[in-house]
Design a protein around this ligand. Sequence first.
Ligand code: GTP
Ligand code: MG
Length: 427
Amino acid sequence: MDEQAAVTHDDRFDFVARILAAEPLSHQGVTEFRHLLQEDMRALLSDAEVPSAVVAQVLYRLHAVADRMELMTSSPCVLDKCVVAVAGGFSSGKSSFISSFMDGAAIKLPVGIDPMTSIPTYVVSGPRGTIQGYTDKGGLIDIPLDLYARLSHRFVHSLGFNLRDILPFAAIETPLRDLEHVTFIDLPGYDPAMSEGAYTDDDSTVALEFLAQAHALIWVIGLDVNGTIPSSDLDFLGSLQSENSQGKPLYIVLNKADLRPPAELTPVLDNVQTLLNAEGIAYAGLCAYSSARSTQFRYRGQHLKTFLREIDQPVNGRADLLKELNATFRRLYDAMSKNSQKSEELENAVIALELDLHELGLYRARRTVSMEQGRGRRRPRTPGEVAQSAQERLAYLKEQLRTLEVDGALGTAKRIAQAMRMALKTV
Ligand SMILES: Nc1nc2c(ncn2[C@@H]2O[C@H](COP(=O)(O)OP(=O)(O)OP(=O)(O)O)[C@@H](O)[C@H]2O)c(=O)[nH]1
Ligand SMILES: [Mg+2]
């Protein structure tokens, strides 16, 4: 509430004006990639016969690639970082968890009991103490520390529109204790619908977009309100698992363990472990943790420190993005070729029908019947007339099959993929 009182009308106005005025960074590769995504890809997907779930997935994965390209061109230190998305329910302590690695840093993530994190934020391990916002037009603005700390859902709500539409993400560069190559992404809770006054509609889509570009995922559960893993968390993790073809490592943090008597932690860990196993969710480890004290209590599987040490390796950011781009297009080709398979089956059925008619001799019979004969007379049709109408119907079906143009869409998708690969290589 205090943080809201401190935001004046002028603050809000200045902030939005600066976002809107930010000049796009002119990197040709990123501009080209965004153009291909927003124009060519959208046009292709709006026409192509592909299930809407695949369309949504392809779009958010490509958006994620574009975001990271943009981040790479403006913050080169991100290029070879291992991206660890920190996700979970609202107020579970995601921002506090990340802050627990920011030893004595001047910068603090917005933390609080209301839904706080509204703009997904990369927290990059690096020497500069900067906070920058990335605008939807590809511009960059410096965000003063005191304003950033107030960017809660409540602040966003007070603007009267969704700030994320013009400021999709931010990046902080600050030293992270014992972590050199890690970039955390601080995400909004995937379920802020649970709280009044939050922008709720697309928070879970945002989580998905940012999870798509992560190398690893840390899932945070707040032990203040939960004695186990909530079933909606299990559902979300289950659906991620089915899309996680690359097998990105997952770690589960049961946060705020300092609020529980130590004796309670063992049964809680056992219970969460049983539920994860029952759902078939693969994880590297889980632990009871206190972000407030930067302390891990009990754990199962890997120790949190071991998990982080293992992923704290430089990555080849460009090769990684290329891999993600190719995997995304493979998903699309797959959906498209399911259609093309279907149209091939239909075509084969039509050809078989045509051959059947031939075999019955009806096609030959047609040639002996003149069009004049049947006109104006009410009588049963001759076999020849039936053959003619069958032939017309077949011609119609063949024409319809051709207009499906599935192969055309596949070809266009391949051309866009190639152009995107070229754009990516310039970053
Ligand atoms: N006692 C205790 N409180 C904690 C701990 N971690 C977070 N909190 C408190 O829990 C509340 C929510 O913490 P945040 O870090 O803002 O949680 P979040 O998951 O980032 O929240 P959203 O961004 O709103 O989804 C704050 O009041 C924190 O002070 C912890 O380890 N122990
Ligand atoms: Mg937060």
